[in-house]
Design a protein. Structure first.
Length: 131
């Protein structure tokens, strides 16, 4: 899923992977550069999902100067069934507020440090959620 909104994971939630994209510099212009960054981040998310015994429901990552992407994994629910709806576990995480989406759109920055701020994992889930 691609969002032009801010996405945060509630502190203590362990079944949503947060990918730090600050090491994947976004530079220049064009889709090719962003596509390559996204491929590398998605590969990392899948590797982390496999390393975690495929228990995570999703992974989120910040797309510099743009918003957030959410990767939904097809994994078992609490009844050990893989839901037919590929977004069922994401919807459940949103309804429990484990995954929080706001209208704060972190895009169109003219200052790289601001993008680095949004990309860092330690600021994606501030105590008490996001305003």
């Amino acid at each position: 899923m691609h969002l032009h909104d801010k996405v945060a994971v509630k502190e203590g939630v362990t079944d949503i992977i947060k990918i730090d994209t600050s090491e994947f510099p976004a530079f220049g212009c064009g889709v090719d550069l962003m596509e390559e960054m996204s491929k590398r981040v998605m590969r990392r998310a899948i590797d982390m999902w496999i390393e975690g015994d495929r228990k995570a429901k999703a992974a989120i990552f910040y797309v510099p100067n743009h918003g957030y992407n959410i990767i939904a994994f097809w994994t078992e629910d609490k009844n050990e069934i893989i839901p037919e709806d590929p977004f069922a576990l994401i919807k459940e995480a949103i309804s429990r507020e484990d995954l929080q989406i706001t209208k704060g759109i972190p895009q169109k920055h003219n200052f790289r440090a601001l993008d680095d701020y949004y990309a860092r994992i330690d600021v994606v889930h501030p105590p008490g959620g996001i305003a």
